[in-house]
Design a protein around this ligand. Structure first.
Ligand code: NAD
Length: 494
């Protein structure tokens, strides 16, 4: 069967891997192998980093002004808006997420471009109060150099854009390594980069598995690694980067609490919990996978959640009527099923789901029924480890302090949700929860204006918002003497 073939994008050229090796892309909805992408060799990694280095040091990008970079980002934003449906369709084919979610994300990418186009032109330094006669002092920000942007499969383009837009706004150059599950959408995106007119070598895309990412991180020409993915790989990247003190930002995993107080608007809270844990088939770093419910409402809330989860309509992710798609790949499917077994063995009660659906129409796809475990305690592995699948662990709490203790008793710290009508509880919880994002009476709201990142093992650094440029620049301080007489320090009387 003829398959779509995708080349890598290096130095403005579309290239095969230097040894001709390719890998397959499989549609998780029907098992169809529909495309092949290149497995980059270490020579390909080196060529991409060298192209990015040249573009950083020489040529039009090295002397580009903020206004020029902003104009290119705006053009890219327009092209993304025009091609959002196709970008969404490709991502669905790769990772099995719902078309309606990925269309929304694809449209939002353009807004990120426009936002960082604006950021490119706002002042980035400050005038210092030097308190020294004749001395003027100020700071400026230098672009850091070549950035390695390594992305996962769950929202390939959204997560890439959070890295690319600020890096390009400040004048860095970038080598992108998408997940081996989702190379095609990133390569289609690179066509838009080419069309927008970014100079050769400013953005390069190489493809392949973890070892390609690992070779990229180890390359001495890479000055900064911006990574989104698992905590285990994030730690390896940080260790490699530390050997030459390359900068890193890490957006990693989570086990976020979604906390329901008894005074909450419960219909709203149920909807928020459902979206928090089951959207994207649970394959979201910010998943509210620990549902903490006050003891007074625990039984009723768990019953309603169980019913609602059992009613979610699984189906073809390209069909806008489907409510949940597949997980992304066989390994992910097996991992989720393993966690279901672990939860059962640890004594959690399986309230619904926990298996593949019986519907024969779904038998080719990597589907897992929306799963709710009740009577979970926070020491069970289902409450401590990231499953990255459609599995909710419902935990009982007694008081506000108890909720805070359970919520913060985790190695992670990416996000938290709180549902209450009491403004005092809301404010106290925002202060006490150890997480990079806290939502009140809402869950999952993120966009380009809000800094996003984790405490503890959920990562290092923040993406989005104007402070994202801090991750791609070095601060330089300039001291300008406007008229003092410099004495010979070794002969002060001279
Ligand atoms: P992963 O860590 O397995 O892979 C992520 C990327 O790293 C892929 O491109 C992969 O090829 C590459 N990689 C693998 N081994 C590497 C190595 N040794 N050196 C360098 N690169 C390497 O993650 P995944 O399974 O693709 O994605 C799921 C994970 O991503 C989950 O843990 C999820 O929580 C996390 N995630 C975090 C955020 C966030 O913003 N915090 C967002 C989305 C996903």
């Amino acid at each position: 069967m003829a398959m779509d073939q995708y080349l890598m994008f290096v130095d403005g050229q579309w290239r095969p891997s230097s040894d001709g090796a390719v890998f397959d892309c499989t549609n998780p909805y029907n098992g169809e192998v529909w495309a092949q992408a290149q497995s980059a060799t270490s020579a390909d990694v080196d060529a991409a980093v060298q192209a990015a280095q040249r573009a950083f040091e020489e040529g039009p990008w090295s002397t580009s002004t903020p206004m020029m970079r902003a104009a290119l980002l705006r053009k890219l934003g327009d092209l993304i808006a025009d091609n959002a449906s196709e970008l969404a369709r490709l991502q669905v084919r790769e990772n099995g997420k719902l078309i309606r979610e990925l269309e929304g994300q694809a449209k939002a990418l353009a807004n990120t471009c426009y936002f960082f186009a604006g950021v490119a032109e706002i002042p980035q330094g400050e005038t210092l109060s030097a308190s020294v006669p004749h001395m003027q002092a100020f700071t400026l920000r230098d672009p850091i150099g070549v950035v390695a942007a390594i992305t996962p499969w769950n929202s390939p383009l959204l997560l890439l854009m959070s890295k690319l837009a600020p890096a390009l706004a400040v004048g860095c150059t970038v080598v992108v390594k998408p997940s081996e599950i989702t190379p095609v959408s990133t390569l289609a995106f690179a066509k838009l980069i080419e069309q927008a007119g970014f100079p050769d070598g400013v953005v390069n895309v190489i493809t392949g598995a973890g070892e390609v990412g690992s070779a990229l991180v180890a390359h001495p020409g890479v000055k900064k690694v911006s990574f989104t993915g698992s905590t285990a790989v994030g730690k390896q990247i940080a260790a490699t980067a530390a050997t030459r003190l390359a900068r890193v930002s890490l957006e990693l995993g989570g086990k976020s609490p979604n906390i329901i107080f008894p005074d909450a608007d419960l219909p709203n809270a149920i909807n928020g919990v459902m979206a928090g844990v089951f959207a994207a088939t649970g394959q979201q770093c910010l998943a509210g996978s620990r549902v903490l419910v006050h003891e007074d409402i625990y039984d009723d809330f768990a019953k309603t959640l169980t019913l609602r989860a059992s009613q979610i309509k699984l189906g073809d992710p390209q069909d806008p009527a489907s409510e949940m798609g597949t997980v992304s790949c066989q390994a992910q499917h097996d991992k989720v099923m393993r966690y279901i077994d672990i939860a059962l063995a640890d004594g959690a009660h399986l309230a619904t789901g926990g298996k593949r659906p019986d519907d024969p129409a779904l038998s080719e796809g990597l589907f897992i029924e929306p799963t709710v475990f009740t009577d979970v305690t926070n020491d069970m592995r289902i409450a401590r480890e990231e499953v990255f699948g459609p599995v909710a662990a419902v935990i009982r709490f007694t008081t506000e302090d108890d909720a805070v203790r359970i919520a913060n008793d985790t190695p992670f710290g990416l996000a938290a949700g709180v549902w209450t009508r009491d403004v005092a509880i809301a404010h106290r919880m925002i202060r006490k929860l150890r997480a990079g994002t806290v939502w009140i009476n809402n869950y999952r709201k993120v966009n380009h204006v809000g800094p996003f990142g984790g405490f503890n093992e959920s990562g290092l650094g923040r993406e989005n918002g104007i402070h994202a440029v801090d991750e791609y620049t070095e601060v330089k301080t300039a001291w300008i003497d406007t008229g003092s007489t410099i004495k010979d320090p070794f002969n002060p009387r001279a």
